[in-house]
Ligand binder design. Sequence first.
Ligand code: GLP
Length: 239
Amino acid sequence: MKEQRFATYEEMSRQAAEAIAAVVRAKPDAVLGLATGSTPVGTYRHLVRMHREDGLDFSRVTTVNLDEYLGLPGSHEQSYRHFMEEHLFRHVNVDPSRTFLPDGLAEDPAEEGRRYDALVESLGGTDIQLLGIGLDGHIGFNEPCDEFVRPTHAVDLDPSTIRANARFFASESEVPRRAITMGMGAIFGARRILLLAAGEAKLSIFEAAARGAITPRVPASILQLHPDASFFFTRDRGE
Ligand code: GLP
């Protein structure tokens, strides 16, 4: 696992976008594992710029996102589908039919999890997986728990995660209590992992994930075992 520190959010975002662009240039039909949250917004901004200015071509790319809130349709303003459309998909030439997220309206989340894992497997896994990290160490929505969960699965969100994500909703009561997330199997199966963290508040969990004990109490810590994982950190939140 490689750790890199950046002076600014802008610089971290540029480097993350460069890493993703390098994968797409080397393999035009790459499978990109994508993430939501405020942290990767700068990375997406740079990818959009690279598409516009340098002709970075997404026409043969496939994207698979980590997670989605359960109970929200993709058209909902706070759905992760909507987030991805706003920050990346509609600004680049990705084929909309090749952009995948778990279905937040799935009637049977366990079945949806199996379908999603089969999809990722049929694509041959992801070439690069972009990740943020929650204040409690979660990746995707793999919250701290007693054991690492391998398949894509439904989760009850931690009260701290609901509180942290309330900033995107009109009130905390509107934040969905459940989500469906890629499990550690599909995340860890990525050929390359890029985890981003920004801001002083993330420093202690970042260090626990990068150098602390490998434990499902800090879900991101398992990435220490990945053969090609990079952890990027900046104190600058970029606001
Ligand atoms: C959400 C997402 C995670 C993300 C985390 C941190 O809970 N499911 O994928 O990493 O928030 O978000 P932020 O980058 O806004 O701090």
